[in-house]
Design a binder for this molecule. Structure first.
Ligand SMILES: [Zn+2]
Length: 454
């Protein structure tokens, strides 16, 4: 029977990962991501799902990041009634992320209604907290490394991918065909997360390419962080670090704790201003089996910052002129409390805005990293006079060399390697390197392309 693979998202872009594997009457969804960044991408969240949700038999999440999980509440609301397989840590992080995402959707709709700028009257949220709870009830935690039959004949094994607590890559076998999905690949030798697990065999492979055209700076991240913090605080400035609340924020806390312990930034106060990051820190310290830190080190890292819970305390940070470090979400400055800090500190030439990972096209983060002189926040144009830096080595994604290192684990070339989850140039550069350096067949699928596998 023919097997097909459709690319319903994550093709030509780093967000909205959704792949449908189909055989006969059976459909399985791999990841269920939200589109983020450019408006034309975000509008896809509002289009009907390309296949009717009720016709999908099972879903699998590689990890909890919203660009892989954030559409799930809408899918369930629109009729998806099956299970959603994922690792235990992914389940716990989805509890934090999907509810928060639903809150933001509800807030956005309420704001649009107050301001009357929506074309739809009333403006409705993409999904509600109630929808998120219904989606969370469908999650079915699965152990790493054990093969599990999820629907007739489809066996799936999750292996650790690094990248984020609980993140997996997938080996699937269906009707005699082996498929592998890289998920998002983490970095090798990360102090907190395991190396991406090798996969040795697949007939078809889907591999991410976020940094398919780049190599991370090999400077030690702690040395780079220390240097920026020392320089900024010496001139009386504040370091604002926009960071994803789940994952990046904890990595930053780990490095900051190490720097405090070594005395390099001994007297600099550190604040974590993201309620969601507190919950994510809790999840981290509950899943010791999924990481490299000891319990003591994990607790020390999560305890290095003062947690800012109340909105009033968050505002007070903007009035306090003392040099400090503020870690706050969101990571690409698309929303969240960090916007208030950017309004205050981006115009201050003594301060530094320090990004800590990939900045998708269309986000304020991407604009600032590429040297924008102003950014629009809450309807106001804010001048950017602070120093702006992006420490890409703090990214949770493998760079091109690391992706190729992971690919070299395969003992024979897959019949086809689909290069996804990248901006078009990054995907194409990686596709060429796979062809030239490994001698494999590789292609960059288009959005909504359907590939016949057998
Ligand atoms: Zn991810």
């Amino acid at each position: 029977m023919t097997l097909t693979l459709s690319f319903l998202g994550g093709a030509g872009t780093v967000t909205g990962s959704r792949y449908v594997l189909e055989s006969g009457e059976r459909r399985v969804l791999i990841d269920c991501g939200l589109f983020q960044g450019l408006k034309q991408l975000r509008l896809r969240n509002w289009a009907p799902f390309p296949v009717p949700p009720r016709t999908i038999s099972a879903a699998i999440l590689t990890h909890a990041h919203l660009d892989h999980s954030g559409y799930l509440p809408r899918l369930v609301r629109d009729g998806y009634a099956g299970k959603v397989y994922c690792s235990e840590a992914t389940q716990d992080l989805c509890e934090v992320l999907l509810r928060d995402s639903a809150h933001l959707q509800e807030q956005d709709a309420a704001y649009a209604n107050r301001r009357g700028f929506s074309k739809h009257k009333p403006a409705l949220p993409l999904y509600t907290v109630h929808d998120a709870d219904r989606a969370l009830a469908r999650l079915s935690p699965t152990s790493f490394d054990a093969e599990r039959e999820i629907i007739d004949g489809l066996r799936v094994r999750m292996r650790r991918a690094g990248h984020l607590l609980g993140a997996a890559n997938l080996e699937c076998t269906w009707r005699g065909t082996k498929l592998a999905f890289s998920g998002d690949l983490g970095r090798y030798n990360d102090p907190m997360l395991p190396d991406p697990s090798p996969i040795e065999e697949a007939d078809y492979l889907v591999v991410e390419s976020t940094y398919g055209d780049r190599r991370h700076d090999s400077t030690d991240p702690q040395a780079a962080l220390a240097e920026i913090i020392e320089r900024t605080t010496a001139r009386g400035g504040t370091v604002i670090i926009p960071a994803f609340a789940v994952g990046r924020a904890q990595t930053l806390l780990y490095h900051l704790e190490r720097l405090k312990a070594s005395g390099r930034i001994a007297n600099v106060p550190i604040f974590l201003n993201s309620p969601m990051a507190f919950d994510a820190s809790d999840v981290l310290c509950r899943h010791m089996e999924d990481q490299r830190l000891s319990k003591v080190a994990c607790q020390a890292a999560c305890g290095v910052a003062e947690y800012v819970r109340e909105v009033e305390a968050s505002k007070a940070l903007n009035e306090n002129s003392m040099p400090k470090v503020i870690v706050s979400a969101s990571g690409m400055a698309t929303g969240g409390r960090v916007l208030h800090h950017l309004k205050r500190y981006a115009p201050d030439p003594r301060s530094t805005i320090l990004f800590a990972g990939f900045q998708a096209a269309g986000t304020r983060g991407a604009a600032m990293v590429s040297g924008a002189e102003t950014v629009k926040i809450h309807g106001e144009y804010i001048p950017v006079r602070a120093e702006v830096k992006n420490l890409s080595m703090l990214s949770a994604h493998a760079d091109a060399e690391e992706i190729l290192r992971w690919l070299r684990n395969f003992r024979r070339p897959p019949r086809m390697t689909f290069v996804t989850h990248g901006e078009p140039t990054a995907s194409d550069v990686l596709r060429r390197r796979i062809k030239d350096e490994l001698g494999w067949q590789a292609a960059v699928p288009d959005h909504l392309e359907k590939a016949t596998l057998t």
